[in-house]
Every structure is written in structure tokens, then in C-alpha cells.
Design a protein around this ligand. Structure first.
Ligand SMILES: Nc1ncnc2c1ncn2[C@@H]1O[C@H](COP(=O)(O)OP(=O)(O)OP(=O)(O)O)[C@@H](O)[C@H]1O
Ligand SMILES: CC(=O)C(=O)O
Length: 592
């Protein structure tokens, strides 16, 4: 193998200049007003020229006008809604098939290793909680399985966890992480014998009395409801599907007038516009569910209605006391969370833009602006971020998405989200596999136009304490310049997540000898996690890794790769040496 090795000290000086420039630009960005910042960013995005060849099979070519180094990609994008996908899924489409490149072009998009970077989170529910569907979702592109603890019970969720673990155990080159989403202090209306129609102008009462469910009045599951609302407040049912104005209240009831009517069913979500319920973010039920998560070794919690960093610290202290490594993702969906955004995200291991409740507690027009903000804050802190809710809502009932939904996915990808999420689409929709396929295709297509994007904020801290960041930065620069993938060896996942943060153009193949780390890395943008035991001999391990990638069709002979060996826990290095190498893959047959 041909190789070039750079040592730590040679990289420092260029890094300092770059870091200073970056720091200034980050500070400017963060101090700009949100609206202005969002608009400027939007209009700065470069034009993309598209060519639509006059032939069947939908090959689409994209060329950025500003891209010089990277020639136009020539991969095939499959149509979003092929009939018979469900029947044909085994042979009509695989992730790798969707990435076949034209041999004649050069550059990163011609590599077999080019993979979708943005990850897909799927909520598992009645439509998908069978072994067959978990397998099919995984093969279509699901990276994280989400369990919504607002529904189902521990027995049904345990069944799903076991199915995902079963899939992981039998899959050689794919892994699905498990995310447990807490119910949180949701306010819901009570049971009704049958759905009732609410008409505009009609009076309707919500009461904290238990067991009420009539044409005129229904119970609410939260005793503080009457105290929390005021005359003039707007109540939203099901995230805004219906709305009512509070006219007056008594000691136990809230009397409303219907503004936008509709059908009220049992146990519907209630939000008060602009207000968060004065309830703890983690309820007694949530603590039970969190214990269930520890016992079953899920990978992530998505904590609902987080309002401040205190609750994140409380949960992390609890997890430490259980010796658990589960990551804490905060759901940004509460009006009260917005003033504390930085401290909440800083305390967490990642965030979710939970647009359903966010758009109910705050004016709906704030949601896209907050989405952009939250993604930017997460990226600047190196935390993974998920964009959730309504992404392909129409596909709950229809086999094709609306054009607006396709744009919504593309925007989240362009804004830099690590993952996009499906809720009802996969939990109880009619077309869960098609929905995943659409997400996969749209994300892949969008990523193909992003090869000249500016690197993300907070680049290049140069102090000795941040040696790993410096190496991640330079490895990214090298791999971007040469158009290579990155191969990183990591025990804790730290170096791989750092690399993901710098958003290299090529795939990050993260080799780890820890199954838990492999699962967790499934959420991060651009990372393809692979389990492999490490031997004491670095050369032997490198060889094995490259050989495996070749075997999986992810690397080709003659292709260059950037190899990274750094991070918090040395593997084959002494404290003072870090390595970034560029190797040309010549002969990757394993040495042993
Ligand atoms: N484990 C489950 N068991 C049964 N149904 C589920 C499960 N998970 C999700 N669902 C169904 O899928 C729908 C969409 O899932 P999602 O995770 O978006 O729920 P949600 O945000 O709580 O929405 P809702 O307010 O409708 O409950 C749910 O409303 C529910 O009907
Ligand atoms: C995902 C979720 O909880 C929301 O969008 O509100």
C-alpha cells in the first residue's frame, strides 16, 4: 500500500490561522438576529444546475456552479414511488444499488463507498412491529428505531427491542440503534364513547373532573390545567387540527368557544399556545420507562418537553449511578425551552426538533426559524440533531409524498441535520417502506449537491487539549481535497463523532471493537459504523479493515482513503503521536 503520514506538529500552524478566522465568523453568526441570519443563509445558498437527460430510468445529474474540484455525479436516483416496492423490495432496491456510479467520472460521487449521510429515524408501531417489517425497514435505510412511550406498553416495546437486536446480531454490515422517546408531561383529553363533532362558535368545556366524556364536556388528564390557562388563551387540539378560545373558567373547568372545529376523538393532545404546562419534564411514568430503557440497554433517550438543563443533569446523574452509557437527546418542543436553548443542548448528547408540539406551543411560523437555529446550535457544539414530525405526513395514507414534503426533507438535509424522522408514517401508516425509501432518495439526492458547502462552525481549536479536534479537522480537509472516504479506529466513538461534526464529503467508516459504540454511531451524519476486534498490531488491523471494506464493496482497488488514528483513548499509539495517513488501496487481502 502506498501511504503518506503526517505528524501532529506539522499541522499546527495552518490550523491556528484557520481557527482564528472560524472563531470570529462563528461569533458573528451567533450574535446575528435569528430572522436576519436565517434569511441571509437561505439566499446565500448556491445555485444548482440540473440536467434531466431524455431517457428513461430517471438518471439525474447535478452540478454546483461553484464546484470546481468535484465533477458532476452520475449516480442513479430511483423514482420516489415505484409501484410494487413492497413486493419487490428484496431485489429491486438496496442502499448500495441506489449508489452505483458511472465508471467514467472521477471524484467522490463515483465511489462505491458513497452512502447516504443523513440518517433515518423510524417510529415503530402497529404497522412495523413484526420481524419481517423491522428487517425490511432496516434494509430500506432505517438507522434508528424509535419507541414512543406515549403508546404501547413495556411488553410490546420489549418485543421491538428484541427484534432490532436480533436484526443487528444477524446483519454483517448494518446496525440499527434504539431510541426510547419518553411520554413527558403531555396534556391529553380523556376518553369519549365515540368521536364528537365540534362546530365553529360552539361552547365546549374541559374539566379536571375524572371520567367525563360527553357532547359538551371532556376530562383533561392534568389537575393543574385550570390554573395554567387564562381567559383569552388559545387551546390547540392535536397540534392545531382544532382550536378553541378560553372564555372563562371555574375551579375545575375551562369553558371555551370553538374557533376551528372538527372531530374530537379520545385521548387527544392539548396545548396552550405560548405556554408550557407547569409539570416536571420527567414524570413518574417516564422514570419507570427510563428504568426499562436501562434494563434493556437502549442507545438513546429522547426526553420530551425539556425546559432547562437541570433535568438533563438529573437524568445523567441517574444514568451514571446505574453505570449506563445511554445518550440523552433533548426534545425541543416546549415554549419554555427556547430561552434556555444553549444550556439545554450543551448539557445534552444531542437534540430533536420536535416540530409537532413546538408548533403548537409557539406560533407555527417560528418553527422553520427555530429548526434552523437548533440545527446551527447543535452543529456548533458538535451534537447530533434530529428533525422530526410531519416530514412525510401524507404518506400515512398515500403512496407518494407531496412536493412540499420532499422540499422539507431536502431543507433539513441542507441545514445540516444528522437525522430526519418518521412518526405516524412508519408507526401506523399504510406505506412505511415507501416512506423510508422516499427519505433515503431525497436525502441522497440533496447531499449530492452539497459538496462545496462551507464547513460547519467551531472549527479548529488548536490548543493541546483539543489535539483530537485538530486532527479531525485536518483529516476532513485532506479527505475533502483528495476526494476520499475516511477510515477511523475508535474505542469510544469520540473520534468518529468529531469527524462527523466536521461534515467531510466522503463516508466516515468508523471501526470500533465495542458493539455499544457501533450502535450509537448509527445516528451520526456520515458515519458508517463497523464492528471489528482490534489486534495489537496496527498494520494488521488496518489491513483487515480495508480488506473488509473491499469485500463489502465499499472500497475499490486503486482508491485512496484517509486513515485516522487519534482520539482520547490511544489504540496503537503512545500519548504523543497521532496519525492521519492517506493510503492507496492496492492489495487488501487480509494478512492473517
Ligand atoms: N407503540 C405504539 N403502539 C401503538 N400505536 C402507536 C405506537 N407508536 C405510535 N403509534 C401510533 O402512531 C401514531 C404516530 O406516532 P407518533 O410517535 O407520531 O405519536 P404522537 O406524536 O404521540 O402522536 P399522537 O398525538 O397522535 O399520539 C400515534 O398517534 C399512534 O396512533
Ligand atoms: C416528535 C414529537 O414529539 C413532536 O414533534 O412533538
Amino acid at each position: 500500500m502506498a501511504q503518506a503520514v503526517m505528524s501532529g506538529s506539522r499541522l499546527c500552524s495552518s490550523m491556528q490561522t484557520c481557527a482564528a478566522q472560524k472563531k470570529n465568523s462563528v461569533q458573528e453568526q451567533l450574535s446575528s438576529s435569528r430572522l436576519l441570519c436565517g434569511r441571509i443563509r437561505f439566499f446565500q445558498r448556491r445555485k444548482v444546475e440540473q440536467e434531466w437527460p431524455q431517457q428513461s430510468g430517471f438518471p439525474i445529474h447535478a452540478t454546483s456552479l461553484r464546484t470546481k474540484r468535484v465533477p458532476r455525479p452520475g449516480y442513479e436516483v430511483f423514482p420516489a414511488s415505484p409501484e410494487g416496492l413492497v413486493e419487490d423490495w428484496k431485489d429491486s432496491f438496496t442502499r448500495e444499488e441506489g449508489l452505483q456510479a458511472e465508471e467514467k467520472s472521477a471524484g467522490i460521487w463515483t465511489k462505491t463507498s458513497v452512502q447516504r449521510k443523513t440518517k433515518i429515524v423510524c417510529t415503530i408501531g402497529p404497522s412495523t412491529s413484526t420481524p419481517e417489517m423491522i428487517h425490511k425497514l432496516a434494509e430500506e435505510g432505517m438507522n434508528v428505531a424509535r419507541l414512543n412511550m406515549s403508546h404501547g406498553d413495556h411488553a410490546s416495546h420489549k418485543k421491538v427491542i428484541d427484534l432490532v437486536k436480533e436484526y443487528n446480531a444477524q446483519s454483517a454490515d448494518n446496525v440499527i440503534a434504539i431510541m426510547l422517546d419518553t411520554k413527558g408531561p403531555e396534556v391529553r383529553s380523556g376518553d369519549l364513547p365515540q368521536p364528537i363533532m365540534l362546530g365553529k362558535g360552539q361552547e365546549f368545556i374541559f374539566t379536571i373532573k375524572r371520567g367525563v366524556g360527553s357532547e359538551k364536556c371532556v376530562s383533561v388528564n392534568y389537575d393543574g390545567f385550570v390554573n395554567d390557562v387564562e381567559k383569552g388563551d388559545t387551546l390547540l387540539v392535536d397540534g392545531g387540527m382544532m382550536s378553541l378560545t378560553v372564555k372563562s373558567k371555574t375551579s375545575d373547568s375551562v369553558i371555551c368557544e370553538v374557533i376551528d372545529g372538527g372531530e374530537l376523538k379520545s385521548r387527544r393532545h392539548l396545548n396552550v399556545r405560548g405556554k408550557s404546562a407547569t409539570l416536571p419534564s420527567i414524570t413518574d411514568k417516564d422514570w419507570e420507562d427510563i428504568k426499562f430503557g436501562v434494563e434493556n440497554e437502549v442507545d438513546f433517550y429522547a426526553v420530551s418537553f425539556v425546559k432547562d438543563a437541570k433535568v438533563v443533569h438529573e437524568l445523567k446523574d441517574y444514568l451514571k449511578s446505574c453505570n449506563s452509557d445511554i445518550q440523552v437527546t433533548v426534545k425541543i418542543e416546549s415554549a419554555d425551552s427556547i430561552p434556555n436553548l444553549h444550556s439545554i443542548i450543551s448539557a445534552s448528547d444531542g437534540a430533536m426538533v420536535a416540530r409537532g408540539d413546538l408548533g403548537a406551543e409557539l406560533p407555527i411560523e417560528e418553527v422553520p426559524l427555530l429548526q434552523e437555529d437548533i440545527i446551527r446550535v447543535c452543529c456548533s457544539m458538535g451534537k447530533p440533531v434530529i428533525v422530526a414530525t410531519n416530514m412525510l405526513e401524507s404518506m400515512i395514507n398515500h403512496p407518494t409524498p407531496t412536493r412540499a414534503e420532499v422540499s422539507d426533507i431536502a431543507i433539513a438535509v441542507r441545514e445540516g441535520a444528522d437525522a430526519v424522522m418518521l412518526s405516524g408514517e412508519t408507526a401506523h401508516g399504510k406505506y412505511p417502506l415507501k416512506a423510508v425509501k422516499v427519505m433515503h432518495t431525497v436525502a441522497l439526492r440533496t447531499e449530492a449537491t452539497m459538496l462545496d458547502e462551507e464547513p460547519p462552525a467551531s472549527f479548529g481549536r488548536t490548543s493541546k487539549e483539543h489535539m483530537s479536534e485538530m486532527f479531525a479537522f485536518h483529516a476532513t480537509m485532506m479527505s475533502n481535497t483528495l476526494g476520499t472516504s475516511i477510515v477511523v479506529f475508535t474505542r469510544t466513538g469520540f473520534m468518529a463523532t468529531l469527524l462527523s461534526h466536521y461534515r467531510p464529503f466522503g463516508t466516515i467508516f468508523a471501526f470500533t471493537n465495542e458493539e455499544r459504540v457501533k450502535q450509537r454511531l448509527a445516528l451520526y451524519r456520515g458515519i458508517r459504523p463497523i464492528y471489528m476486534p482490534f489486534s495489537n498490531d496496527a498494520e494488521e488491523t488496518f489491513s483487515k479493515a480495508l480488506s473488509l471494506l473491499q469485500k463489502l464493496g465499499m472500497l475499490k482497488e486503486g482508491e485512496q482513503v484517509a486513515l485516522v488514528q487519534s482520539g482520547r483513548q490511544p489504540i496503537w499509539r503512545s500519548e504523543s503521536t497521532h496519525h492521519i495517513q492517506v493510503r492507496t488501496v492496492q492489495d487488501c487481502t487480509p494478512t492473517k
